[in-house]
Design a protein around this ligand. Structure first.
Ligand code: CU
Length: 153
């Protein structure tokens, strides 16, 4: 239950981010961001945009990192006015020619059990595993609720 509350908080936050992107095969990964409520939060939400410029579909199977005990792929659903999250069993499909947004209020990577305090601007290394394209090492740029709201201060 506590997890759901933290998750709801994380997906409610929005703010400007600096662009950084990664590429593997026909997949582009844009602006991975790890958002936490505060530096001492044990749970964070990861957001990114995956663009598939190719002619065949792929699938994001997992995100792994040494920064947290677990990192799960979650979807967010509105159930009777209450936002809830659920694990994406089988991963997240990336359609051919499509764009999949992990964004507040929707898909996100749930980082559970962050091992050290997360400072705004810190780059959190993680590995995305795609079914066809294979592994892609990226870094999620850390943001706190405060840094996301006052991004240029
Ligand atoms: Cu979640």
């Amino acid at each position: 239950m506590r997890l759901s509350i933290v998750c709801a908080l994380a997906v409610a936050l929005a703010g400007p981010t600096a662009a950084h992107e990664y590429k593997i095969g026909s997949l582009l990964v844009d602006q991975p961001v790890l958002r936490v409520a505060s530096p001492v939060s044990k749970t964070g939400a990861g957001f990114l945009i995956i663009t598939n410029t190719g002619k065949s579909a792929d699938r994001l199977l997992s995100v792994t990192t040494t920064a947290s005990n677990r990192s799960d792929l979650h979807g967010t659903f509105n159930r009777g006015g209450v936002m809830q999250m659920r694990a994406q069993s089988g991963g997240v499909p990336i359609p051919a020619g499509g764009k999949v947004r992990f964004a507040p209020g929707g898909l996100h990577v749930m980082f559970i059990g962050l091992k050290t305090p997360v400072q705004p601007g810190q780059m959190i290394k993680a590995r995305l595993l795609f079914e066809k394209a294979g592994p892609l090492d990226v870094a999620f740029k850390a943001e706190t609720a405060a840094s996301a709201q006052h991004g240029h201060h």
